[in-house]
Design a binder for this molecule. Sequence first.
Ligand SMILES: *[C@@H]1O[C@H](CO)[C@@H](O)[C@H](O)[C@H]1NC(C)=O
Ligand SMILES: *[C@@H]1O[C@H](CO)[C@@H](O)[C@H](O)[C@H]1NC(C)=O
Ligand SMILES: *[C@@H]1O[C@H](CO)[C@@H](O)[C@H](O)[C@H]1NC(C)=O
Ligand SMILES: *[C@@H]1O[C@H](CO)[C@@H](O)[C@H](O)[C@H]1NC(C)=O
Length: 386
Amino acid sequence: MPPRVPSLEDLKDSAPASRAAQPRAFPSLLLRVFLPLLALGVVGFSALGIYVTWQIGSLPAAASSAGGPPCFEESLGLDRWIRPPVNLMHSMSDEELLWRASWAPQVSKYPFKRIPKVAFMFLTKGPLPLSPLWEKFFRGNEGRYSIYVHSLPSYEANFTSTSVFYQRQIPSKVSEWGQMSMCDAERRLLANALLDISNEWFLLLSESCIPLYDFNITYQYLMRSRYNFIGVTDDPGPYGRGRYNPEMAPEVSIEQWRKGSQWFEVNRKLAIYIIKDTMYYPKFEKYCRPHCYVDEHYFPTMLYIQSPNFLANRSLTWVDWSRGGAHPATFGRKDITEAFLMKVIAGKNCSYNDQLSTMCYLFARKFAPNALEPLLQLAPTILGFG
Ligand SMILES: *[C@@H]1O[C@H](CO)[C@@H](O)[C@H](O)[C@H]1NC(C)=O
Ligand SMILES: *[C@@H]1O[C@H](CO)[C@@H](O)[C@H](O)[C@H]1NC(C)=O
Ligand SMILES: *[C@@H]1O[C@H](CO)[C@@H](O)[C@H](O)[C@H]1NC(C)=O
Ligand SMILES: *[C@@H]1O[C@H](CO)[C@@H](O)[C@H](O)[C@H]1NC(C)=O
């Protein structure tokens, strides 16, 4: 059992005693000099009271739902700080959520056995057509992953209680490609995942993503990595530096302007950087609008400026831009062969922890719903699970 944590009551008891002496001298002064003022004060306080009541009333049921059902006994030990939220649905506003998620321990050693988890954050429109593949990927690895799904608010997920995606939906808002609302959704996913103190890695995925290795390999690759995975390139052309707006200076100079795909894999430290940022956010919100696509620039540029030494400067998500055009290639039933998957898995060299490696990608996109069947067939032999 962890040692008992001092409660708020303990702290109150040890408050300085001198304060208790003060009110004694007060009444006589009060009667002579302050009585008229007191009368005024009463009027003021009632006005304040009405204001406060009105303010609290306008908050969305935060107080009542935070403690869960009344029959649920609240833990008074360390447990209540380290247990992940029972219910992912909450009534915090984005502002409240980001503030809450930015809390971080200052003592670096955990006083309990913490098994670090990987947070898989799915940014989707609605359905997850490849979920049967992911179910096989996750099975048997309970306790080492958490799942979060952000979809259009109008979408109602219908996973059954045996699914790993059951009740893993977070409060969501409409988000559009290339708009700040997309970065807001990504920050919302990060913030919800940060509420679980055991989450150590945070991966952004879409409904068209697939895993390329089994869970154990994926887990170890991340846990042993010295660097965070996000594409960070300096593109001198019209789709890179061409999207920079000089109004962003001095926070962002053109030399610091970076580009990368939105699919990142970051650790807890960088996840907190991203959700706590108030310096770069207003600049990107105001000055990076189409034809500047903010989800390709905000996080890469901000992280490049703040913590270049923590970055691998590449993402772990494979995608094929070779067909040209504004969107990467989508792969369907006919494309899924053993040779194709082998090319995706081992077709490149890169650096991993400063060593040459052929393991450059853990995930790939974009896969159409009809790719599911051949993927399920090939998974046991090629991907190592299922
Ligand atoms: C969920 O809804 C989708 C589309 O409406 C349907 O195809 C699917 O079978 C449903 N799944 C379950 C578990 O009911
Ligand atoms: C994955 O790792 C866990 C914990 O180390 C182990 O119990 C399990 O057998 C491994 N699974 C596979 C498929 O290697
Ligand atoms: C990524 O780029 C930054 C800045 O250019 C550099 O400091 C860092 O060492 C690079 N990361 C790796 C793993 O090479
Ligand atoms: C990766 O590096 C190895 C050894 O240097 C080389 O033989 C191989 O052709 C490279 N593969 C690719 C795809 O560049």
